[in-house]
Design a protein around this ligand. Structure first.
Ligand code: ADP
Length: 254
């Protein structure tokens, strides 16, 4: 009985996903169609005003919208690739450092101050290390998008009394309006301009953290700051290396 209910839940979730997906992909596809048709018509009509610059404009629009479709399908694939999961013993510090190295360039470009606070002793966690990295990069990218330039980003990790490892990403960005808070994990909810956001980032993160058996929550002071916290079950009595408390991107380790 319970099994059937879970199955029904999954099917209705799939139905919602499928219709949102169709809606999201249909818009850029319709735009591609309009640009391609218009271009073909003008070529066939021998339109002499159609110069290279204008053709490039058409092709750029087609490319932008194709990229948008690709972003949406890539993100969606992450939902369906749930079986593609490796079970690693994860050193959280390593995963955070690898994630930061992927966004380092963007942080420098936007002159964002980074503070890294990783506790001396952290238990290991079990799960897919690359997927955890994907989550952290996603959260940092959202933080960076919210800050534009010269903000501050704090990434921290500590063990809590409840036997969990807590990872927090705090930014001094524009915060989140109260009326958006309960929509953040909905697939396709985005406040970013077209071509920039797909609204799938946080829902993908949510799915991954669930697979870890953990939780993800968001706290925000509008116009001031946002903190996203992930809590992951720790592997009992397995401690990663003893790290050194560090800051500003230094990755001390002893
Ligand atoms: P996307 O980044 O493609 O918009 P997400 O699911 O990752 O999709 O995020 C959904 C929305 O949540 C964002 O459009 C933004 O409005 C809000 N959001 C997420 N993280 C932050 C943050 N750190 N600061 C402010 N707003 C955020």
């Amino acid at each position: 009985m319970e099994e059937t209910m879970i199955q029904t839940d999954k099917l209705s979730a799939l139905g919602i996903m499928a219709s949102s997906f169709a809606h999201e992909v249909n818009n850029p596809l319709a735009t591609i169609n309009v640009y391609a048709e218009d271009l073909i018509d003008r070529i066939q009509a021998g339109d002499e005003d159609l110069d290279e610059e204008e053709m490039e404009h058409y092709l750029r629009k087609i490319k932008e919208n194709t990229e948008r479709c690709k972003k949406i399908t890539d993100n969606l694939l992450n939902f369906s690739r749930k079986n593609d999961w490796t079970e690693d013993h994860i050193r959280v510090r390593e995963i955070i450092e690898s994630s930061l190295s992927l966004v380092e360039h963007q942080l420098k470009k936007q002159r964002i101050q980074l503070e890294l606070r990783v506790a001396d002793e952290l238990p290991m966690v079990s799960g897919d290390g690359l997927k955890l990295m994907q989550v952290i990069v996603n959260l940092i990218n959202n933080a960076v998008d919210a800050m534009e330039t010269e903000g501050s980003l704090v990434v921290s990790a500590s063990a809590n009394d409840g036997g969990q490892v807590s990872i927090k990403v705090t930014d001094s960005g524009h915060g989140i309006p109260a009326d958006a808070m309960d929509k953040l994990f909905d697939p396709f909810f985005t406040t970013k301009p077209i071509g920039k956001g797909t609204g799938l980032g946080l829902s993908v993160c949510y799915g991954i953290i669930q697979q870890f058996g953990g939780t993800i929550s968001i706290d925000s002071k509008p116009e001031e700051e946002t903190t996203v916290e992930i809590q992951l079950p720790a592997e009992r009595s397995v401690y990663a290396w003893r790290g050194v408390e560090n800051s500003a991107g230094e990755t001390g380790q002893s």
